[in-house]
Design a binder for this molecule. Structure first.
Ligand code: AMP
Ligand code: GLY
Length: 425
């Protein structure tokens, strides 16, 4: 079959790598893709938000199966656009992608269906928010309702910071219309775990757990980023945690969406906080996480097309999701200065070191070919250097060793990805 993948990051490179392993797939296209994805797929110069062009491309090229990697097109209704033309597509429809698209929606859903999450209030009026904050306990968390590239969350230690936050989100509209509504949420403490799952509308099967590192600098300092590295599985995701989440969070979320007439098919990403009072949902995403996908999919044993098809067909209960009994660590190589200003267009060398090595992956995030055909940097997050190993320590040592194989002028990375692995001992 012919497969089209929509997106251009490390997540899409990891998805393309999994798809390329399927004996059912004869050709992969990716829109718009990047220089790494180009080694597996034919990259097509169509943006992820150009729904008409994507649909037209799929029809003209007889694409059998389309996979949407990114959040923006899902929230904008790309799946509905494909389905309207009778095309097979993996991802939630617009009315289900709202699970990620609106934090106010997801908080109200959790409250209505008793899914554990932080206490909160939603506001669409800044004065009311300010009034509420004056009597609230600090620290407190402010969240822009809509999509904000993972940056619309402010943790405020004092009332002053909180008032400045209201101004930023609701009045100055730093995150655009995402800040028309704002969630004010109780501050929680604990370890964070990311759990990705496949969902077919009724059945949910979770993938191996992972942990992200969102801050730019070592020691969890610096600004929030899209994610500077991940490891999987998380040693803190114990059998006990899993049992609790299976009982109170995963199926409950799928059932809640179905009960609301918003049947969810695709990937639900549960951002969990393991608080002293038990696991609680920090956030939902309606897609694979990035870089979480880079440490999860390389260990998936199933044919990913079979799994995705089962999600669309509502037959996920007839399939058993299986992962290799290994660990994986991903260290992101970024452009120095990310997530603020950074230089692009710098040549990258060393890719040949990854050739023929089954347990090492160099997933491309922000790369492209320049006019001379060289691979150059083209974004804040440039590459995801991933290695698998028998345990987390081995995977981490291998991933860090492999970061030396790649060179570019403004290469930047965190040196403490997976430090929690030592804490777990
Ligand atoms: P989110 O996009 O909702 O996952 O938030 C981004 C990050 O902010 C999370 O990964 C947490 O580190 C932090 N965060 C969000 N909500 C809370 C909360 N209620 N308490 C503490 N930290 C939070
Ligand atoms: N790594 C977090 C995310 O994909 O949202």
């Amino acid at each position: 079959m012919k497969v089209l993948i929509v997106g251009s990051g490390g997540r899409e490179h990891a998805i393309a790598t999994a798809v390329a392993k399927s004996p059912r797939v004869e050709k992969i296209y990716c829109a718009p893709g990047n220089a790494g994805i180009a080694s597996l797929a034919e990259c097509v110069n169509i943006g992820a938000m150009e729904f008409d062009k994507l649909v037209a491309f799929a029809k003209e090229n007889a694409i059998d199966f389309t996979i949407i990697g990114m959040d923006d097109p899902l929230v904008g209704g790309v799946v509905d656009a494909f389905e309207a033309e009778g095309l097979k597509v993996f991802g939630p429809r617009k009315n289900a992608a709202i699970l990620e698209g609106s934090k106010a929606f997801s908080k109200d859903l959790m409250k209505k269906y008793n899914i554990p999450t932080a206490a909160y209030e939603n506001f669409d009026n800044p004065e009311k928010a300010i009034e509420y904050l004056k009597t609230a306990k600090m620290p407190i968390v402010l969240k822009a309702d809509g999509l904000a590239l993972g940056k619309g969350v402010l943790i405020c230690n004092t009332l002053e910071e909180a008032l400045a936050g209201v101004k930023e989100i609701m009045e100055d509209k730093k995150f655009g219309t995402a800040g028309n509504t704002m969630v004010v949420e109780e501050f929680m403490t604990g370890r964070e775990v990311s759990v990705l799952s496949f969902v077919d509308g009724k059945t949910i099967q979770i993938m191996s757990s992972a942990q992200d590192h969102k801050r730019a600098k070592d020691g969890d300092e610096g600004l929030n980023t899209g994610g500077m590295g991940t490891f999987s599985p998380s040693p803190f995701y114990t059998a006990e945690v899993d049992e609790f989440c299976q009982k109170h969070i995963y199926q409950a979320t799928v059932d809640a969406m179905a009960a609301e007439g918003r049947e969810f098919k695709g990937v639900i990403f549960f951002g969990l906080m393991l608080t002293p009072d038990g696991p609680k949902v920090l956030e939902y995403n309606a897609r694979f996480g990035d870089p979480e996908t880079q440490v999860v999919l390389p260990r998936l044993k199933n044919d990913i097309i079979d799994v995705m098809e089962a999600c669309i067909d509502g037959t996920l209960d007839s399939l058993k999701l299986e992962f290799e009994d290994k660990a994986a660590v991903c260290v992101v190589l970024a452009s120095d200065g990310y997530p603020l200003a950074y230089e692009k267009g710098l040549p990258i060398t060393g890719f040949e070191n990854f050739e023929g090595k089954e347990d090492y992956f160099c997933f491309h995030a922000g790369t492209k070919f320049n006019e001379n055909g060289e691979i150059v940097t083209n974004g804040g997050r440039v590459l995801g250097i991933t290695a698998t190993g028998d345990d987390l320590k081995e995977a981490r040592a291998k991933a860090y060793a492999a970061t030396d194989w790649i060179s570019f002028a403004n290469k930047y990375m965190r040196h403490d990805i997976g430090k929690a692995i030592d804490d777990a001992e």
